[in-house]
Design a protein around this ligand. Structure first.
Ligand SMILES: O=C(CO)COP(=O)(O)O
Length: 278
């Protein structure tokens, strides 16, 4: 059910996980294989319906990225293979090639089969000095290389309860959103925004539903957002997300971006099912 007065959105749902730097090499391999076969087994008999309405993604660390792509390629499409699971990277550089020691090229990511690149995560902004400017340049590079930028936005501090708190959060988030959209000239380019209030990341529970819906509603009302082709910009919620959440957010959100609460492949598959069926 959509919000009264607003037409239903014409876009696919999307749900995924970033393993950040939580997993050993073996754990990533085991997680990928358990999760993709669980997805196959647990989603029967609705598997085809879910594959036709919902995108699923997994964002491992850089070293494991290629192995995850290859292991999913060995499964048939729509059965937990790469056609139904998009594999993403946790960052990239804004140039394709050059003297940038330690960086990862978006062109190389695209060439090995990476489909999504996560950018501007709160941890990268806080610990590694990422700014709106570098995030926006990277988003343009990801689009240029035919992949989908998944850009994280969110206010740093937990707002006070009430309208004033919401306004401050919206103000902070809109600066980040505008900067990314301004860098991507193609109004039809696929973009994913992950609304991740920084204070809700790594917490025991997600941000309050009213707050999340309030901020995301304002993103959707924004002029730059509305200038995009309908459905080309999808919005996820992230920050202690897990099973049991999406149903409360479905009026404004297109999906969820999970962290810790997807480390158990069964919980991840449960959440995928909830997002697809909500
Ligand atoms: O940062 C996140 C996803 O990008 C969320 O992490 P947690 O769900 O572990 O809080």
């Amino acid at each position: 059910m959509s919000t009264p007065g607003r037409p239903p959105r014409k876009c696919r749902r999307i749900v995924g996980v970033s393993t950040k730097m939580y997993f050993s090499a073996d754990k990533t391999t085991n997680f990928t294989s358990t999760f993709s076969s669980n997805l196959n087994d647990l989603l029967e008999p609705e598997r085809l319906k879910i594959a036709s309405t919902t995108d699923v993604f997994i964002i491992p660390d850089f070293i494991q990225l290629r192995g995850v792509i290859d292991s999913l390629r060995s499964r048939p499409p729509n059965l937990g293979g790469t056609e139904s699971i998009l594999v993403g990277a946790q960052d990239c550089h804004w140039e394709d090639y050059g003297s940038f020691t330690g960086e990862v090229s978006p062109a190389v990511l695209a060439a090995v089969g990476c489909r999504i690149v996560e950018l501007g995560h709160a941890e990268r902004r806080r610990l590694f000095g990422e700014t709106d400017e570098t995030t926006a340049k990277k988003a343009a590079a990801v689009v240029r290389n035919g992949m989908i930028p998944l850009v994280c936005v969110g206010e740093v501090s937990q707002p006070q309860v009430g309208t004033e708190g919401l306004e401050k959060a919206v103000e902070e988030v809109m600066v980040q959103v505008r900067s990314v959209l301004a860098a991507i000239a193609d109004k039809e380019a696929e973009v994913i925004l992950a609304y991740e209030p920084v204070w809700a990341i790594g917490a025991s529970e997600p941000a309050g539903v009213d707050h999340v819906l309030g901020v995301v509603r304002r993103i959707r009302e924004n002029e730059e957002f509305q200038a995009r082709m309908e459905g080309s910009v999808r919005i996820l919620y992230g920050g202690s997300a897990g099973p049991g959440l999406f149903d409360k957010l479905k009026s404004e959100l297109d999906g969820l971006f999970l962290g810790r609460f997807a480390h158990d492949p069964e919980q991840f598959v449960k959440t995928i099912r909830e997002v697809a069926e909500a």
